[in-house]
Design a protein around this ligand. Structure first.
Ligand SMILES: Cc1cc2nc3c(=O)[nH]c(=O)nc-3n(C[C@H](O)[C@H](O)[C@H](O)COP(=O)(O)OP(=O)(O)OC[C@H]3O[C@@H](n4cnc5c(N)ncnc54)[C@H](O)[C@@H]3O)c2cc1C
Length: 422
């Protein structure tokens, strides 16, 4: 038996594609990477608000707990290239790193461009041939459709290869280049693709009063999302009202646990405006405020408890006249106000679209993919990595970690020399 150097074609120069190219070239393959944009890693530049939260410093055992869809599928690839390996990889590539709140890892420079720069440098050192402005139009399979042989570029030219790694991303922020080509490639190769939904995405509400509070940010709110009586999500953090509903880190995280698709208007969101106070403590506070401002109108006594934009909304929901003097507020009316402060209800009607979604939920079904190698079970030499797969995670650096781990696994496997029979 003799080994032959493999020619590996990588489709997509995002996080997963670049890591796959580096792993494959590092394992001895001849690697060509095709990126449709004029530059590499366009999405990386906007991650972490331009600072790129490239992974999380949680213990590797905790990682699956942050994966929302198909965590078990990732055990093998994460096990072989985990968050600690990724941190080491970037440090060794000349990028200093730092941990922030919640274990979020960033480049010390706070520049996402350093992440792309480190990856591009490693690819250069390893001799990866990077082709920019080179959209891949389709894959080429053998006549039986059981082996990949190459790909066709947008200009009609053909590239032969022993392996093709599809790392074309999902559908979120399509302006960065990820607009679903990989799903088309997978379907044409006979693989199942799960329907896609925007995730880590702002949500829309039925009640129009969210729009009245547009721009209002709550630093520490409690949010519960319920399907009937079943609590789907419960958490604390920062949220914001918008003209269409709600957004902010807490809301984006909450959106990832909602099973999709959901029947419109069936999910309810409850906002606890005073999560640090028990009902009894908050009631005592209301009593105090109403005593101190006994002769003031209701709308003028809530200022110490609520942001100005929220006062008319809460009063309207309570059904109490805003002009009513505080000393005239009945016990029952106070209970109603208390109820709204601890549980302001909204009906969720849906999410915003892919253009505003951090991540795509759905994609190439992991049932058809070998979790150790990322190779399609039914098409030899065809690999998938990153967001194109039906895997997604919460915010905190976990989605990029998925791209690094799956990209690395695909690259290593795709580079394994073809064994020629004697
Ligand atoms: C605003 C925003 C902020 C985010 N912040 C974070 C964060 O801080 N931390 C985190 O972990 N995750 C974050 N994410 C998620 C993270 O960016 C993605 O999970 C990750 O980029 C996915 O990497 P990928 O390589 O699979 O896909 P992508 O990064 O989408 O890369 C796919 C590449 O393939 C190219 N391509 C597509 N089709 C073709 C084709 N036919 N031919 C050639 N090239 C093609 C595209 O142009 C693109 O460059 C954020 C996402 C967004 C939108």
């Amino acid at each position: 038996m003799s080994g032959k150097k493999r020619r590996v074609l990588v489709v997509g120069g995002g996080a997963a594609g670049m890591m796959a190219a580096i792993a494959a070239a590092g394992a001895g393959a001849q690697v060509l990477l095709f990126e449709k944009n004029e530059k590499l890693g366009k999405k990386i530049y906007i991650t972490g608000k331009g600072r790129c939260n490239f992974t999380n410093a949680c213990s590797p055992e905790e990682f699956p707990g942050y994966v929302s869809t198909n965590p078990k599928f990732l055990y093998s690839s994460f096990g072989r290239f985990n968050n600690e390996d990724v941190i080491r990889f970037f440090e060794e590539s000349g990028m200093k790193t730092k941990a922030e709140r919640g274990g979020r890892m960033f480049p010390v420079s706070d520049h996402a461009s350093d992440v792309t720069g480190a990856l591009a440098r490693r690819m250069r050192e390893l001799g990866v041939a990077v082709h920019l402005s080179s959209p891949v139009r389709e894959l080429v399979l053998d006549s039986a459709g059981e082996r990949v042989c190459g790909l066709v570029l947008g200009d009609g030219s053909r590239q032969e290869g022993d392996a093709v790694i599809v790392a074309t991303g999902g559908l979120s922020y399509p302006s960065t280049g990820s607009d679903g080509d990989g799903y088309r490639f997978a379907e044409k190769a006979g693989l199942a693709v799960k329907e896609q939904y925007p995730s880590l995405v702002p949500m829309t509400t039925l009640e129009a009063d969210a729009a009245q509070m547009q721009g209002l940010s709550l630093r520490n709110a409690g949010v519960r999302i319920l399907d009937g009586k079943k609590v789907l999500y419960s958490g604390f953090g920062e949220m914001m009202f918008t003209h269409f509903g709600v957004t902010g880190p807490l809301i984006l995280t909450a959106s990832s646990v909602i099973r999709k698709p959901w029947k419109h208007d069936t999910l309810r969101m409850e906002i606890d405006l005073k999560p640090a106070l028990t009902e009894a403590q908050l009631d005592a506070r209301l009593v105090r405020e109403f005593e101190t401002g006994a002769n003031k109108q209701l709308r003028n006594v809530l200022g110490t408890l609520l942001p100005a934009k929220m006062i008319p909304v809460i009063i309207a929901r309570s059904g109490i006249s805003p002009e009513k003097p505080a000393h005239d507020i009945s016990r029952e009316e106070r209970r109603r106000l208390l109820g709204l402060l601890k549980c302001l209800p909204y009906t969720l009607t849906g999410t915003r679209g892919f253009a505003e979604a951090i991540i795509t939920n759905g994609g190439v079904s992991v049932r058809g993919i070998n979790p150790g190698t990322m190779e399609a079970k039914t098409v030899k030499g065809l690999y998938f990595a990153g967001e194109v797969l039906d895997v997604d995670a919460q915010t905190g650096g976990f989605n990029l970690q998925i791209a690094w781990s799956t990209g690395h696994a695909a690259g290593i496997a795709a580079a394994q020399p073809v064994q020629d029979a004697i």
